[in-house]
Design a binder for this molecule. Structure first.
Ligand SMILES: [Zn+2]
Length: 244
């Protein structure tokens, strides 16, 4: 069982598209980013499991989302959104108005990690009385990833590299906050064996069976065919006969 449980909440969904403008639906970006966070976090780090409040385009009440996080005993909750409301656009995060010290720390860590990957306008680390960050029992942050109704931001949200940066920022922020360890990328390189040299452990036996003539002494490390095995059995039978 994974040591850490992370609840990622893709905002909106189904009949609720969230903010819509410039050909972008907030619910789609939220889901794409959330699925990306799950895949990358679980592939890159040990001991972490990502639960999603939704993994498809379905509608969920806010209460269903926090109930899921609380019921699963998630260690942290991150709710993924895009912004709207015009202006110059940019990135901002929200914690609860009377957030725990750990929520503040999670916001700080996530915010910095995402800004460093995403760049652009930093609208700051804010506090607001929002359901997702108020009703969750664990440290919780809501991220507002650019404005769908600001043309420059909308253009960015259409670029795979920007979606990637948003995903990467979340992954790195979560990993830093939880102190996750990276999975071993360098799998031990298995030394290709030389089939013409017997393994250390088999040296004595190999000498014995070749001395007795059961094997001809070549290719000790090769696999054996049924014909070859037949030949060895035949030699063995003759050997036993001679002895008897
Ligand atoms: Zn939203």
């Amino acid at each position: 069982m994974a040591k850490f449980k992370v609840l990622i909440d893709p905002g909106h969904g189904g009949k609720d598209p969230g903010a819509v403008d410039n050909g972008i639906l907030e619910k789609d970006i939220a889901l794409k980013v959330s699925l990306g966070i799950k895949a990358r976090l679980e592939a890159t780090y040990e001991d972490v499991q990502v639960l999603l409040s939704r993994s498809t385009d379905v509608f969920l009440e806010l209460k269903e989302r926090t109930n899921k996080a609380n019921g699963a005993g998630a260690d942290i909750l991150v709710s993924i959104h895009c912004n709207a409301g015009g202006g110059k656009g940019g990135f901002e995060t929200f914690r609860y108005t009377s957030a725990s010290a750990n929520s503040v720390k999670l916001q700080e860590t996530l915010h910095k990690a995402i800004m460093s990957k995403l760049g652009g306008i930093d609208r700051g680390q804010k506090a607001q009385n929002l359901h997702m960050v108020r009703e969750s029992k664990m440290p919780a942050v809501l991220t507002e990833n650019l404005f769908v109704d600001v043309a420059a931001d909308a253009d960015r949200l259409k670029q795979a590299s920007v979606i990637n940066a948003i995903i990467d920022g979340h992954v790195q922020g979560i990993a830093t906050y939880l102190g996750l360890k990276r999975t071993k990328e360098d799998k031990p390189v298995t030394q290709e064996r030389d089939i013409n040299v017997p393994s250390k452990w088999a040296e004595t036996t190999w000498k014995e069976v070749t001395d007795k003539g059961f094997f001809d002494g070549t290719r000790p490390g090769a696999t054996v065919t049924r014909e070859e095995l037949g030949t060895v059995v035949s030699r063995l039978l003759k050997y036993v006969d001679k002895k008897g």
